[in-house]
Design a protein. Structure first.
Length: 284
């Protein structure tokens, strides 16, 4: 691979929206590394984009740190797209004993990003994939950040949104931290798409108040991944966005301000404290 090519890493890049992003980045001239768990899908993705596949289970923070160490050892990185995430009908726990939804949607991309901060090239970019599932939070009343999993009835969509909102708070803070280094940190919302994760959803994934709208929700997840990926690709490659850290790109490449509105100072502080407390135990 040419030493003059810009280097990009896309997590969850072996299928769905992540693969669509990786495909576009490769077409734009990036040397792309896709990260995922499945060796077969990973090899196929790498072959398609003429890139590289690295296997890692990103629900395990030990593997996230090992991945980051390998990438950091390879020199400056121009673009990091933290795409991995999802929502599930039932709660689950990682092999490390952490809540799976909170880990994969927030802790994992945070740990990867933090361990690669010093490897980001001047003029580089971080694009964190956020989610419209944040919009399901007010109805579900799940904005408290006392524990990684909210007590009581579990609903997968607001659980994912709660984790994504915590991550969005982190992304905005990171944008401020890295602005002086010339690194642009953005978030992008692809909305819903026809992905394998979406295909597993059932009405139980949303609170009862949202179930009358289930047909509309399912209509939304018919969007082809290539279409849904556009805000992410735009955030990753548009030169006019350099220096505009903290922007959240949504549909039609417009600012998705509604996703940021729940982020009060008190909520941001609570999410940061929960994150720090959880990682202090998990990474010791």
């Amino acid at each position: 691979m040419s030493k003059t090519m810009k280097k990009a890493v896309v997590t969850g890049g072996t299928g769905g929206i992540g693969l669509a992003v990786a495909r576009s980045l490769a077409a734009a001239g990036y040397e792309v590394t896709v990260v995922g768990r499945d060796e077969t899908r990973g090899a196929a993705a790498a072959k398609e984009i003429d890139g590289r596949f690295l296997r890692a289970d990103l629900s395990l923070l030990t593997e996230v740190r090992a991945l980051a160490a390998r990438l950091a050892g390879e020199g400056p990185l121009d673009l990091l797209v933290t795409n991995v995430g999802g929502m599930w009908v039932r709660p689950w726990t990682t092999a490390e004993g952490l809540d799976g939804v909170f880990t994969l949607n927030h802790l994992s991309p945070l740990v990867l990003t933090e361990n690669l901060v010093d490897s980001l090239a001047p003029g580089g970019r971080v694009v964190a994939v956020t989610s419209a599932s944040i919009g399901s939070l007010p109805l579900a009343g799940e904005l408290e950040y006392r524990e990684t999993r909210v007590a009581g009835d579990y609903y997968g969509m607001p659980a994912s949104g709660r984790a994504k909102l915590a991550h969005l708070a982190y992304v905005l803070d990171l944008a401020d931290r890295l602005a002086g280094r010339g690194v642009t940190v953005l978030a992008a919302d692809p909305r819903h798409a026809a992905t394998p994760n979406a295909a597993e959803m059932t009405p139980e994934i949303v609170p009862p108040a949202l179930r009358p709208h289930w047909d509309d929700i399912m209509l939304g997840v018919q969007t082809p991944p290539e279409v849904a990926a556009d805000p992410i690709i735009w955030a990753a490659t548009n030169p006019d966005l350099a220096g505009r850290g903290g922007l959240v790109v949504g549909l039609d490449r417009e600012p998705a301000d509604a996703l940021v509105q729940p982020l009060t100072p008190a909520l941001r502080e609570a999410a940061a404290l929960l994150t720090a407390r959880t990682l202090a135990v998990a990474l010791r």
